[in-house]
Design a protein around this ligand. Structure first.
Ligand SMILES: Cc1cc2nc3c(=O)[nH]c(=O)nc-3n(C[C@H](O)[C@H](O)[C@H](O)COP(=O)(O)O)c2cc1C
Length: 183
């Protein structure tokens, strides 16, 4: 099975710490399991996304982004914390995803923020969002402070780096179980 790894960044900023972190984690998973890696970056599609209220989406670009999420073998989903939760555009993107498409699909949960007060947004906001799809959210969710994320997406905080290593291992394990089930 060629794993389709789809990385989703819910940030509207450029440059974006979230995009860097999501990219780094997705590339680590790709380096371990191979397959195809693609990105859905909300900052790149925000205008079209804001004009999309139903499927099929009015533009090929948005429809393709949604289809890639729906056909993923693993989703690496990251958002900046805005007002204690994921960004509104991230939620709008996910609202357009077909609700049966992610059943059992591994999802890596990531968030970035300016304050540790909102570190549990990964557990209280992102995890229930993907639980509503019956997705297989991976046990180790990662929150990183914006100031700890370098220009290559590497996190300077050692504890967070350890959590990323664990998340990457969990992703590889979940993908190999998925491949075995499909064989
Ligand atoms: C509109 C807005 C709301 C924010 N709200 C929060 C918040 O509630 N908690 C927090 O920790 N950081 C908050 N931040 C800071 C961002 O989450 C943080 O800087 C994040 O890493 C930005 O990611 P980016 O570089 O991908 O945009 C907010 C930033 C913006 C622009």
């Amino acid at each position: 099975m060629t794993a389709r790894i789809v990385a989703v960044s819910g940030s509207l900023s450029r440059p974006s710490r979230t995009r860097l972190l999501v990219g780094d984690v997705a590339r680590q998973i790709h380096a371990r399991v191979g397959g195809n890696l693609s990105f859905v970056d909300v900052a790149e599609i925000a205008i079209g996304l804001g004009q999309t209220f139903a499927r099929p989406a009015p533009t090929q670009q948005i429809e393709q982004a949604l289809l890639s999420i729906e056909q993923a073998d693993i989703v690496v989903a990251g958002s900046p914390v805005y007002k204690g939760s994921y960004s509104g555009f991230f939620k709008h993107l996910i609202d357009l995803v077909e609700y049966r498409s992610l059943t059992g699909v591994p999802v890596a949960l990531l968030a970035t923020g300016g304050s540790e007060r909102h570190a549990l947004a990964v557990e209280h906001q992102l995890r229930p969002l993907f639980a509503s799809f019956d997705a297989h959210t991976l046990p180790t969710a990662v929150f990183a402070l914006d100031r700890t994320i370098g220009p290559d997406g590497q996190v300077s905080d050692e504890t967070v780096r350890g959590r990323i290593d664990q998340l990457v291992r969990e992703a590889a394990g979940a993908l190999s179980l998925r491949a075995a089930a499909a064989a």
